[in-house]
Design a protein around this ligand. Structure first.
Ligand code: IVH
Length: 740
């Protein structure tokens, strides 16, 4: 017993030290060491330990406070109405059969229903913004004080810094317009919202003044760094040798806690409001429900999140969670879940609070996108153009619902910057469809005797020298098509859907075809026969020890091989732009291939073009021109092209189209987000028919961006670059007025 207690005491001390340290690094230094998921786990462990041994609890235990103590340097602000936190709920992707993976959310809704004695209550459902909670005080319509949440009772006075955030109104607008529209919509609720009432007494506690805003108003919300701004900031830091931000949330927190407001002003911060109070009465409200209060805030000039909505019951909440989950990557701001709030204020009041969180709201979190694990090895992977990418082989770890065993380290500079070593504990991030990456090392966990990693001098696949040219981030294997890895990648790219589109010829078969010597170059693909495929498959099955039952046998195998031969044959009927893209000339993507095909009209004309002539093509710079001339000067590339021609690969030749004609000639347009009245491809065709070049990415050269529904980071980037933005209506009007 004593023995056990001793261990528990030691455990508690160790957990507290780890949590205190993590808190300090996170809140005070803005330089987090461990991922949030791990922090949460340590906190839960300590909570469980203290619950089992109540006498071990100390008043200064990290479990006793929510949030952090204010850092020095800012005056303290006591919140007249405490800033609460939210209870978290998770969906369990690994729930065993018979257990509802969403039971935590359903339990919450059930508790709300029981508390209110109603069914299917209305919830305001909102993205859980990944930034920093702040409080803004307005006196007679003027912004007078802004504070961080701090520990919920006392925060830091960051008024001067918040003044630099352009999304925060310094003076309230007259809400007339929005109110008028509310009134026109006419519901009783909206009408009520024009009075300031105490939800507790039901009586009017404050009257609207002429300006129609209350004397003292507190607006709460999230300051955050939009994804595009975060990426642009980090790209600049990397260029200038500065320190990149760990994530957008730390970007927001770090920016607000700058002692010099000029620094804050230079950071791309945004703000969405999600709460409103009438201090000092915690129960006074400006409307009868949260969603109506948010509409009033919009009228006064506060941005609120455009994805906020109303849902009914658990099913409605869960449907919203799923919808936002699918939108998540496209949203221009980071979120880590959604929040469900009982919409009616009288119902919120009835439900009240437990400890430091309301009973009327819950945060439904997405699975964590960052986890800690160990680097077991660092290998290099050779790409199509020989680029040698260091890849961390990891101790398998679940990240955002998927087991991750490899993470990219991008290039040698990145490995050096992070100082990742074999044996290190690292934080791995996997967001959406993005390849998992190592974001940082946990220095405290570095084992002794590790050594800095160095790019090997020779390619592990073909033994050729690995070299890095001045000014290039990537080191490359110099083996060219001698290197089996480059050959495989080149063939894979050639056959891929957007290139020659050889249906069914996936990576595995390409690897087998190379391994068994059926294919050495892209031209060899067109020599393959039905028998070759069948023989290749037999050898692959033998190698894998497949039993005759699992071998594609008889008819099925023949059908499979026939389909592949037919797909290869069909791919011969191509276009110059596809063919150019398929060749895999370094830096020549789909859009450039299309421009080159139009500009020169024929492959011969392109192959004969000098570097100078190439730079006359829009979007082709000197480096790309050099890549193109070097590619076509190479004898084996010319031989491969000749062999492909001979095998029957062909396309219609056309006259060069040097100068696009039409009202949009010379303009580069980017389409982003969904359009409701025509598909993206249709919009693209129409714009191109009017002479525009439609590009996939926003740059300084972009003439305008057409932004549809749920437009994401491209829209942000365009805004950041001050590029003209068209909405769908404007596009339609333009297309309409230029229709033949
Ligand atoms: S409401 C009592 N709404 O989540 C309710 N919070 O733990 C207080 N957050 O510190 C918060 N998006 O920073 C609310 N739409 C949203 C939110 C949101 C993000 C953050 C906020 C707060 C934390 C709650």
């Amino acid at each position: 017993m004593t023995q056990q207690k001793g261990t528990a005491t030691q455990q508690a001390v160790a957990l507290r030290a780890a949590l205190d340290d993590a808190n300090y690094r996170y809140y005070v230094l803005d330089d987090p060491s461990i991922p949030d998921a791990e922090y949460d786990r340590l906190m839960r462990e300590l909570e469980a330990l203290e619950a089992a041994h109540p006498d071990l609890t100390t008043p200064d235990s990290p479990t006793r406070r929510v949030g952090a103590r204010p850092a020095s340097g800012f005056a303290e602000v006591r919140h007249a109405i405490p800033m609460l936190s939210l209870t978290n709920a998770f969906s369990d992707a690994d729930a065993p059969a018979g257990v509802d993976p969403d039971h935590e959310v359903r339990d919450f809704v059930r508790r709300v229903e029981q508390g209110l004695g109603t069914t299917d209550p209305e919830f305001s459902v909102e993205p859980k913004l990944d930034g920093l909670a702040i409080s803004l005080i307005y006196r007679d319509g003027v912004f007078v004080q802004g504070a961080t949440r701090g520990d919920g009772t006392t925060g830091e006075d960051v008024t001067a810094n918040l003044r630099t955030v352009k999304a925060i109104p310094l003076r309230l607008r007259s809400g007339k317009n929005e109110h008028d529209s509310l009134r026109l919509r006419g519901g009783k609720n909206e009408h009520d919202s024009l009075r300031l009432r105490s939800a507790q007494t039901g009586k009017d506690s404050l009257k609207l003044r002429d300006e129609d805003w209350p004397r003292e108003l507190e607006v709460r919300g999230e300051v955050f760094m939009p994804k595009a701004g975060f990426e642009a900031y980090n790209a600049r830091m990397l260029r200038e040798g500065g320190k990149p931000l760990a994530n957008p949330r730390n970007g927001a927190a770090g920016s607000l806690r700058q002692l010099d407001p000029h620094v804050t002003a230079s950071r791309p911060l945004a703000f969405y409001a999600y709460g409103v109070y009438l201090p000092p009465d915690p129960d006074a409200v400006i409307a009868d429900r949260h969603s109506a209060a948010m509409a009033m805030l919009r009228g006064w000039g506060f941005p609120t999140c455009p994805q906020n909505a109303i849902a009914r019951g658990a099913d409605g909440c869960l449907a919203y969670f799923r919808k936002i989950g699918t939108l998540r990557d496209k949203l221009p701001y980071g979120i880590d879940g959604v929040v469900y709030k009982v919409d009616r204020y009288d119902q919120q009041l009835e439900l009240g609070f437990v400890a430091r969180a309301p009973r009327w709201a819950i945060a439904h979190k997405f699975p964590a996108e960052e986890q800690a694990t160990v680097v077991e090895a660092i290998d290099i992977q050779i790409g199509r153009t020989g680029a040698a990418t260091p890849v961390a082989r990891l101790k398998p770890v679940q990240v955002a619902g998927v087991t991750v065993t490899n993470a990219t380290l991008h290039n040698a500079d990145q490995v050096a910057r992070l100082d990742v070593r074999v044996g290190d504990s690292v934080i791995v991030r996997r967001a959406g469809d993005v390849i998992p990456e190592v974001v940082r090392v946990i220095p405290e966990r570095r084992p002794p005797h590790t050594r800095p990693w160095k790019m090997p001098a020779h390619c592990p696949v073909c033994g050729s020298a690995i070299e890095r040219e001045e000014g290039e981030a990537a080191a490359r294997c110099t083996g060219g098509l001698v290197c089996a890895a480059q050959r495989r990648e080149a063939i894979r790219h050639f056959a891929s859907r957007r290139a020659m589109d050889i249906d069914g010829l996936g990576e595995r078969y390409i690897e087998d075809l190379i391994e068994f010597g059926y294919v050495h170059s892209i031209a060899d693909l067109y020599k393959l026969t039905l028998e070759d495929f069948l023989a290749m498959k037999r050898r692959a099955d033998e190698r894998d020890g497949s039993t005759p039952e699992t071998v594609k046998s008889g008819k099925i195998a023949t059908k499979w091989a026939e389909n592949l031969v037919a797909a290869i044959d069909a791919s011969k009927d191509s276009s110059l732009e596809r063919f150019l893209f398929a060749l895999g000339i370094p830096d020549v993507g789909e859009a450039t291939a299309k421009t080159l095909a139009r500009h020169f009209g024929s492959l011969d004309a392109l192959m004969q073009a000098s570097a100078n002539e190439l730079t006359e093509v829009p979007d082709v710079g000197q480096i790309m021109a050099a890549h193109i001339t070097v590619f076509f000067a190479e004898k084996r590339n010319r031989d491969a092209i000749a062999a492909l021609h001979k095998a029957g690969v062909h396309w219609p030749e056309s006259a060069p189209q040097r100068q696009a004609e039409g009202p949009l000639a010379g303009q580069t347009v980017v389409l982003t987000g969904g359009l409701s009245s025509l598909s993206r491809d249709e919009a693209k065709d129409k714009l191109e028919a009017l002479g525009a070049k439609v590009s996939g990415s926003v740059s300084k050269k972009t003439s305008f961006v057409v932004a549809g529904e749920a437009a994401g980071s491209k829209l942000d980037k365009a805004q950041a670059l001050g590029i003209e933005i068209w909405d769908e209506q404007r596009l339609l009007a333009f297309l309409g007025s230029h229709a033949d």
